[in-house]
Structures are given as structure tokens and as C-alpha cells.
Design a protein around this ligand. Structure first.
Ligand SMILES: Cc1ncc(COP(=O)(O)O)c(C=O)c1O
Length: 428
């Protein structure tokens, strides 16, 4: 049996309906923006391996940092003990994070970073003697798959089986084009009704990934955050996807006039090498947990919290931003996306196009409403795989979010193949 066949007998894959699906492609190795299957076929990773990869696969600088750390200290419990990689990474991140972020709390991935953020916000009010329990989020939001993260995510197929078990969240529309004023108005009326009960507002800044790469206005997001600040509502920027350059700036929050109280990071944090989550917060939030009363402790943590090897990968990834002028590469990809998008818009005006930084999205209009279950999804996926390009569309939304090391040749090959596909649709 080959690896795909052995896999079929023993593995349960995430987000995968086994029935009617081809087996998993067995990947043997990866390099730069590409990975290779067992037969040696090359695929361009146009979605950065679930939005995690930053500088390219198997980057030798990150590999060396990880190897060195592995032979020095692979893991140590993080209560009562600390180590150089955790402290150094915190120092490096605090220099880059939005204003007023002063403390780093480690966890395992994006979902746990969100869980920690929500618990931090709720316990902040509990510890301050002004308990508040309501949470505001954007409709269509995606913050992860654990119960708290699901509760603050839009209700969808992902959450359907658990609906009655999720805690109530107050949803407002994100300030997308045509809904900017509605969004601000919805927040105002929630504040009028529930002001003293609202603990926090959690949001994906500027770009809602899983919702279909939906982009909203930085100006109006700023207005929402101002309203929250004026009314004692903590703000939580979920930068799990938007962090580390995806939207053109190091963090999306840098494009917004008002800074959040709490930030969640993961995915690109380790350059896409291994799992690590971070929840950062202001000194004010941290201080609410410092007390002679032990019941005010933040009783949250995971066995692998601040794993030294993962922290070393993250430090190496941050180094590479400087060493390889990664922000320059991000600008270059953004410019190339913009000119490709302008051309596609001219030739194939039926579809909806969006771009922010290194993310280019095309909502294919093919006779059905936009949906995660759009029938064109599988066709797009298999078509581009056959061309050696991994695009994993969100329903009918095809998007590119490449590693920043992608070559012009690979990018142009992807653009050309997308144009050919749009041409096929046009002539169908
Ligand atoms: C904005 C956002 N938050 C949280 C998560 C959850 O991250 P993880 O899959 O690492 O748990 C995701 C994952 O896609 C995400 O896009």
C-alpha cells in the first residue's frame, strides 16, 4: 500500500468528509513556496498551508534555530520556570505589537489564544468587582473550533451541531462596503441597551478570512473601537490570520486609528513551523490579576505553554523579517496582486474581486449564491491541483495568500492559470 492508502485506514482528517473524497495527497518534502508529493509532483502552496507559512517551507534559518534549541532545552513547565526563548520572543513582539500591549501570555494555537483572550476579558471585569458577561462579535466571524471560540464565531455549518451549547454572543455586521453606518449604528444600540453588561468586543481586524476573505473599512472599525473604549468595553483583535504581514502591514491593527486592549496571535507566529499561540494585553488588564486574593489568579494554561522550541522558531521567523526584507517582499506581492486584479476585473467583470496586501480573493459568480457549500468549490480545488497549484477555495471564493518568498515566475503562473480558468467559465 502507498501512504495515501495506509492513511485511509487509520487517519481522521480535519474538515474532511470522507465519503466520496479522494484520499489525502502524501507530501514527502517541501521547499520555499512549494511542496512535493511522493511521485515528485511539485505544488505551489498558494494558501501558505492554512495561512501559516511566512518565509517558505523548511527554511534553513528556522530549521537551524529549532535544531539548536532542541538539543539545549526541548520543554519545561512554564509555571514557576522561565527560559530565554520565551522572554526574548515576548520582548521582540512587544516592540512590534500595537500601542499599550505590555504582557505576553502563551498558549498553543489560534483557538486557545482566543479562549485565553475571552477568559482574560471576562475575568478582568470579575476581578475588578464589576462583573460583565456579554460579548460582541462580527456576524460571519471565525475565531476557532474550541467552545468559547465557536461561541463568538458566526453561527454556521461549523457550529450547527453544538448551537444549543454555545454561549450567547451579540453580533453586529462588519463595516463592509454598504454597511459601514449600519455597523456603527448596531453597536450604538447594543451599548444603549446593554452597556453595563458588555465585557468585550472581539474582531478580525480588516479581513474576515473564513467568512470568504471579506474586507472592511479601517476608518469604521476605528469608530467601533472608539465607541467600545468610551463605554468600558474591552477590545480583542484576533490577528491570528491577519498578523505577520498578510494585510500589507506587520499587524492589521496598525492600519486602524484605535489600538486594541488584547491581541491574539498564532499561525504565522512561528513562520508556519509549529503550533504556538499568544494572547497579549495591556498592563491595566494584567494588573487586575495581581492580588493578595488567590482567587484573582488567571487559572489557565496548557502543558506545552511557551514551548522553547516553538518560541525559537518564532524568534528566527522575526529575525528573517529583518534579514530578508520581508516587508519589501510583501509590498512587491501586493503590487503584483493589484495589477493582476485590475486586469482580471477588466476581462471578467462578472466576478467580485477583493485585495488587501498579499491576499487576493475572487468570488466566482456561477449561478448560485456565495456559499461555503457552493457546487463550484470542488471543481476549483481539483482543477488547480491538477495544475500543480494548491488553492483551497472557501466555497466559491478562490483566493491567494502565498508565502512571501514566492517567486515572480510562480506568481505569474498562478495568475495565468486563474485567467485561463475564468476564460473557461466565460465560454461555458
Ligand atoms: C481569525 C482566526 N482566529 C482563530 C483561528 C483558529 O486558529 P487555529 O486553527 O490555530 O486554532 C483561525 C483559524 O483559521 C482564524 O482564522
Amino acid at each position: 500500500m502507498n501512504l495515501s492508502q495506509r492513511d485511509k485506514l487509520v487517519i481522521w482528517h480535519p474538515y474532511t468528509q470522507v465519503q466520496g473524497q479522494a484520499g489525502a495527497i502524501a507530501v514527502s518534502h517541501a521547499e520555499g513556496a512549494a511542496f512535493f508529493d511522493e511521485e515528485g509532483k511539485r505544488y505551489i502552496d498558494a494558501v501558505s498551508s492554512w495561512w501559516t507559512n511566512v518565509h517558505g517551507h523548511a527554511h534553513p534559518y528556522i530549521a537551524a534555530a529549532v535544531a539548536e534549541q532542541l538539543s539545549k532545552l526541548e520543554h519545561i513547565l512554564f509555571a514557576g520556570f522561565t527560559h530565554e526563548p520565551a522572554v526574548k520572543l515576548a520582548e521582540m513582539l512587544l516592540e512590534r505589537l500595537p500601542r499599550a500591549q505590555q504582557r505576553i501570555f502563551y498558549s498553543d494555537d489560534g483557538s486557545t489564544a482566543v479562549e485565553a483572550a475571552l477568559k482574560m476579558a471576562l475575568q478582568y471585569w470579575h476581578n475588578s468587582g464589576k462583573p460583565k458577561t456579554k460579548i460582541i462579535a462580527f456576524s460571519g466571524a471565525y475565531h476557532g473550533d474550541t467552545f468559547g471560540a465557536m461561541s463568538v464565531s458566526g453561527r454556521s455549518a461549523f457550529t450547527g451541531a453544538f448551537e444549543t451549547l454555545l454561549f450567547e454572543t451579540l453580533f453586529i455586521d462588519p463595516p463592509v462596503v454598504g454597511k459601514t453606518e449600519t455597523s456603527v449604528q448596531q453597536l450604538r444600540s447594543l451599548i444603549d441597551k446593554e452597556k453595563d453588561k458588555i465585557a468585550c468586543f472581539i474582531y478580525e481586524p480588516l479581513l474576515q478570512g473564513t467568512a470568504g476573505m471579506l474586507m472592511h473599512s479601517a476608518e469604521h472599525l476605528g469608530q467601533l473601537l472608539d465607541l467600545c473604549k468610551k463605554n468600558g468595553i474591552l477590545t480583542i483583535a484576533d490577528e491570528v490570520m491577519t498578523g505577520f504581514g498578510r494585510t500589507g502591514t506587520f499587524f492589521a491593527s496598525q492600519q486602524v486609528s484605535t489600538a486594541p486592549d488584547i491581541c491574539c496571535l498564532s499561525k504565522g507566529l512561528t513562520g508556519g513551523t509549529m503550533a504556538l499561540g499568544i494572547t497579549s494585553c495591556t498592563e491595566d488588564i494584567f494588573r487586575a490579576f495581581v492580588s493578595g486574593d488567590r482567587m484573582k489568579t488567571f487559572f489557565h494554561g496548557h502543558s506545552y505553554t511557551a514551548n522553547p522550541v516553538a518560541c525559537s522558531a518564532a524568534i528566527a521567523s522575526l529575525d528573517l523579517f529583518e534579514k530578508e526584507n520581508t516587508l519589501g517582499k510583501i509590498r512587491h506581492i501586493s503590487e503584483k496582486h493589484a495589477s493582476c486584479l485590475a486586469e482580471m476585473k477588466r476581462h471578467y467583470p462578472t466576478h467580485a474581486y477583493r485585495q488587501m496586501g498579499t491576499v487576493l480573493a475572487i468570488a466566482i459568480k456561477a449561478g448560485e449564491e456565495d456559499s461555503y457549500f457552493h457546487s463550484i468549490r470542488d471543481r476549483i480545488y481539483t482543477h488547480f491541483l491538477s495544475k500543480g497549484i494548491l488553492l483551497r477555495p472557501l466555497g466559491n471564493v478562490l483566493y491567494l495568500m502565498p508565502p512571501y518568498c514566492i517567486s515572480d515566475t510562480d506568481l505569474e503562473y498562478i495568475y495565468d492559470e486563474i485567467k485561463k480558468f475564468l476564460e473557461e467559465l466565460k465560454n461555458a
